[in-house]
Every structure is written in C-alpha cells, then in structure tokens.
Design a protein around this ligand. Structure first.
Ligand code: COA
Length: 531
C-alpha cells in the first residue's frame, strides 16, 4: 500500500488563513471544555467538597486504570441552552476499568443535586446507547436527586427508558454496576434498583422512593433518612445493596473488583504494527477550510489519520467527488469514505459498492463528512440522482459493520444522511470546530424562502414590500446561521462532541477499540452489487 503524497504548502495564504481561524476555534473549544468541568458553580462545589466528597471527575479518575484514556461523550451537552448547565449535570464516557473497556456515567451532584434535566436525560440515553451498541459494561457513579422536577413534563414519560435499558443490557449479558455515593431519590433510586451489582457508601448513600418529607405527606410516618434508605439499612435489611463500602475510595475499589471477575471480552482482531502518519496532525488546522463553503482535499485529512499515511484508494478515477479506500488506524483495518465535493450519481453508487465490500470483509467504516448535499438540477434529476443517492443511503442504513463519523466541514441536506449522520446510528460521531450542520446553508435556505414568498404574493396579486422581504430574509439567514453552529449542535446531542482536529486519529482508534467489544459482522444478504 502506497502512502498519500501531500501537496499542501504551509506558506500558502489559504493554509495560513485556515490555520489562524482553526487555531482560534480550537482555543475556544478548550475554554468551553474547561468550563464544562466546573459543575454547578463555586458555591455548590465548595459545599460538596466540605462534605468530604469527591467530585464526579475525581471519582472517574480514581475508578479508571492508571494511564487509561477517557473518551468523554458530549461534554458540552446543554451549552448555551436555557436552564441548562454545560455538561447537562452528568459526566460520561468510555475508559478502562480493571483492563476492561466500560461506559462510565457519573451524576454531577453540584448541579441541581444531580437531578436529571431535559438534556441530561438525552445525554444519559446516548451514554446508555453507546454501552448497548458496543456491548460495554456500565458503571454508574450515582448521586442524583431524580427528575429535575420543574421540567418533569419534558422528562417523566421518556425517562422510563433508561431503567428499561439497564435490564435489557443485563439480558444481553452486558453487566451494570451502580456505586451510590449520595442521595438517590425516586427515579434516581431505580438506577441501583435495576443494576446487576449495587455498591453503597456508608453514611453517604441514601436511596429511597420518597424522602422523609414525602413519606410524612403520604402516610404521616416520621422517619430519618438513614433509617429510611441508608447504606447500612439497604446492605443489612432490604438487600438492595450487595456491597457496603467504607468510604468513596472503597466503593470504587469494589467496583473495580467486580469488573475484574467478568468473563473475558471477545478477542480483538489481529492488529497490524502501528505506524505514525508521515505528516503532522497539526497541519490539519491549515487543511480544513475555516469557511465551510470552500471545499478542501479530503486525501490531505486521510494522510494525517491513517498508519504510515498509506491508503489503497478504490475506484480513484470514478465518481471522484467521493474518495473511498482502505487503510489502517492504529493497526485496525478500516474502509474510509470521504467527501471531495458534492455527491453525484456515480459517487453515490461507488460509495454503496464500497460499503458492500467492507461488509463482505467485516471492515469498520470511517465517514469523513464534508458535504453540501447531492447535486441538483435538470440534468442530474434526469440521470437519476435520487435513485442513485438512495443506493448509498440504503447501503449506509443496512450496513452492519461499525461506522464512525467525523464531521470535518459542512453537513448539509441528504448528504448528512448518506454519509452516516446521527440518524444512521454510527457507533460514534464527532465533529470539528469549523463544521456547520443544517438542511442547507443559511444563504440558500433564506434565498429559497424568499423566492417562495415572492411567488406566493404575485400569485395572489399582492404588492411586494421589498424592505419587509429583505428584512425577513436577513433575519432567517441569521437564525439558520446560529442553528448551524457546532455548539448549537453539540448542545442538543446531535453528535458525541466537538474535538480538536489534531486528536482525530486518537479518537478514531479509541472508538474502534470500543466498537470491537461486539463481534464485527458485516451483512451479506447479496453478493456485492457493482453500481
Ligand atoms: N429537581 C430540580 N432541582 C432540584 C432537585 C430536583 N429534583 N433536587 C434539588 N434541586 C435543586 C435545589 O432546589 C437546589 O437549588 P438552589 O440552590 O437553586 O436552591 C439545588 O438543587 C441543590 O439542592 P440542595 O437541596 O440545596 O442540595 P443538598 O445537597 O443539600 O441536597 C438532595 C440534595 C438531593 C438531598 C435534596 O435536594 C433533595 O432531597 N431533592 C429532592 C429529591 C426528590 O425528592 N426527588 C424526586 C424526583 S422524582
């Protein structure tokens, strides 16, 4: 396999402009990520620490194996949203515990007592899905006031799913542990209630369906918290707790011990020796267009993420707006699909064929999205752009090898779907800070609406108020621009997080490793179709 020959020139003006813009975007990302670690704010953090408790990130750090990575999922969930804290009151991700890849979910007790907000619930759901899809054992570090009561109408009904999923995973032989560190009320009580293993920390864990005030209201009984749901009571009397921990560190030790007796994970594939790419990852900041309307060469990205920059390009001369080919990432064999312009009939058919080939050989797929959509216009409609695009969407939908999507630029229209956007359930989906996502670009969308409005007025024989139409077009364009922003997207869990482009190779390798906890079996209902 030959290496890609990079042709970028770091002294080139476009490169330098991109580098400057992407560097400042990455700096903003670091600041936002730092802010996401602050929990509910100084006052609540101080109070929590004064109670002698560890913060959720400290608990995770103590739980993980020494030197383990932690691939955090959706750290910026809720950012910029009304009544939401950055991180949405829960910290979660994939890391190694007793040598085993696990999904770890920790309540942020300094945010509304660890209550689950609207976005917090979405994030919990995503973390649960990461566990289920990749067959990762789960460890919940619980300290939760249950539902965020003022927004109960938004979360009560869908909230039941989280508890159902714990026991469904159990049935699939994916074990779950809850370590309870503090108050765990009502909905929070079913987290340990549904888990396979429950550890409660002495004099801290308190688990009950209703706290003392509610009990008094409901039945008139007067009871203190420890007798009602303390760790000692649950370990000695109710049997809800399986292990009584002396303190927080002891609780984390017990969780590690439990994981250590799980049966072995399925073996990983034979990995090729790892080779670093020939070109520095730092150059990705100069490669990726800061302005998503300007296309850039996706092979330059591939050259900076695959082992030895080696890439066996498939159908290089055909359907050239989609680059497809085979390579290795940290020794894992992968099939890569990367946009290099607008999707045409030929590129869509080529993509579908390539996905079939990867399924035939059980090779995971990596989608590098930078797509303005499918080609429009009379000629293309006549050539069957919808029919051909449908082939790619069909292949993406029915493919069963793991897919990981990175949004490196634009993600517009059906291109988002065909290149394995969120609705197509890639195992992991990360974005770069320069990316934009919407049904179409803000100018195009507001322009389309402007044309429609003008035609409607003229059909009704009404006068055209130029000033009003221009104002409404500009307002719509500004709104769509704001809604296409990567922070708007990540706040709503449209992705698993915004990453520094330079970390892409590492993030992909961890994601691949996590995905291999489930047998990789491509679907082969038919032989490979040549499109
Ligand atoms: N929903 C929304 N907000 C909640 C909440 C909930 N379930 N539980 C607590 N909060 C808020 C509090 O109003 C408080 O906000 P404020 O500082 O703006 O006034 C903040 O979270 C911290 O709560 P506080 O009671 O001061 O913290 P604490 O650490 O001393 O106690 C709990 C934590 C969980 C023991 C206590 O807040 C509690 O009992 N909450 C209600 C639990 C419950 O009955 N849940 C039922 C859900 S179905």
């Amino acid at each position: 396999m030959l290496p890609i020959k990079s042709i970028i020139n770091p002294s080139d003006e476009t490169y330098r402009t991109n580098y400057a813009a992407n560097s400042s975007a990455v700096e903003r990302l670091s600041n936002e990520l730092a802010r996401s670690t602050k929990g509910g704010g100084e006052q609540y953090v101080k109070r929590h620490l004064a109670r002698g408790r560890l913060l959720p990130r400290e608990r995770i750090e103590m739980l993980l194996d020494e030197g383990s990575y932690f691939l955090e999922i959706a750290p910026l969930a809720g950012i910029g949203m009304e009544n939401e804290f950055v991180g949405a009151g829960v910290v979660g991700g994939v890391g190694l515990v007793s040598g085993r890849e696990c999904i770890i979910i920790a309540n942020e007790a300094t945010v509304k007592g660890g209550a689950v907000s609207e976005i917090g619930q979405l994030k919990n759901r995503r973390l649960s899905d990461v566990g289920t899809e990749n067959r990762l054992p789960s460890i919940s570090l619980v300290e939760s006031a249950g539902a965020d009561l003022p927004v109960q109408a938004k979360i009560f009904v869908p909230g039941g799913r989280g508890f159902r999923e714990i026991t469904r995973r159990s049935k699939m032989r994916i074990p779950s542990i809850s370590v309870v560190f503090g108050n765990s009320t009502a909905g929070g009580a079913y987290l340990p209630g549904m888990s396979d293993y429950v550890v409660m920390v002495k004099k801290q864990a308190q688990v009950f369906l209703g706290g003392p005030p509610l009990v008094k209201m409901a039945t008139g009984e007067i009871v203190d918290e420890e007798s009602l749901g303390g760790a000692e009571m649950h370990s000695r009397i109710s049997g809800l707790s399986d292990y009584l921990a002396e303190d927080e560190l002891d609780g984390l030790r017990i969780a590690r011990d439990i994981v250590s007796h799980y049966s072995d994970p399925i073996p990983k594939p034979n990995l090729k020796p790892v080779e670093e790419p020939l070109y520095p990852a730092d150059e990705l900041l100069g490669v990726a267009s800061a302005d998503v309307r300007v296309p850039f060469e996706s092979r330059e990205v591939i050259a900076r993420i695959v082992d030895g920059s080696k890439f066996d390009e498939f159908k290089a001369k055909y359907g050239t707006t989609l680059v497809t080919g085979f390579g290795y990432i940290h020794g894992y064999s992968v099939g890569i699909l990367a946009n290099n312009g607008v999707l045409m009939s030929e590129s869509a058919g080529k993509g579908a064929q390539f996905i079939h080939l990867c399924n035939q050989q059980n090779i995971p797929l990596i989608f590098l999205q930078n797509i303005t959509g499918f080609m429009v216009g009379r000629t293309y409609e006549e050539q069957g752009i919808i029919r051909n695009g449908a082939k790619l969407i069909n292949a993406v939908s029915n493919s069963t090898v793991p897919a990981i999507t990175i949004m490196t630029g634009s993600s517009y229209g059906a291109g988002n779907y065909a290149m394995c956007g969120r609705a197509y359930e890639p195992r992991f989906l990360f974005t770069w800070p320069n990316h934009r996502i919407a049904v179409m670009g803000p100018q195009q969308l507001s322009g389309v609406m402007d044309i429609i409005k003008r035609e409607a007025l003229s059909k009704q024989g009404l006068p055209i108020d130029e000033e009003k139409l221009v104002a409404s077009k500009l307002a719509l364009e500004a709104r769509i621009e704001a809604e296409s922003d990567p922070y708007f997207a990540t706040a709503r869990l449209w992705d698993d997080g915004i990453i520094d482009p330079r970390d892409t190779r590492t993030v992909l390798a961890i994601s691949l490793s996590a995905a291999y906890n489930r047998p990789v079996e491509g679907t082969m209902e038919w032989g490979v179709f040549r499109h």
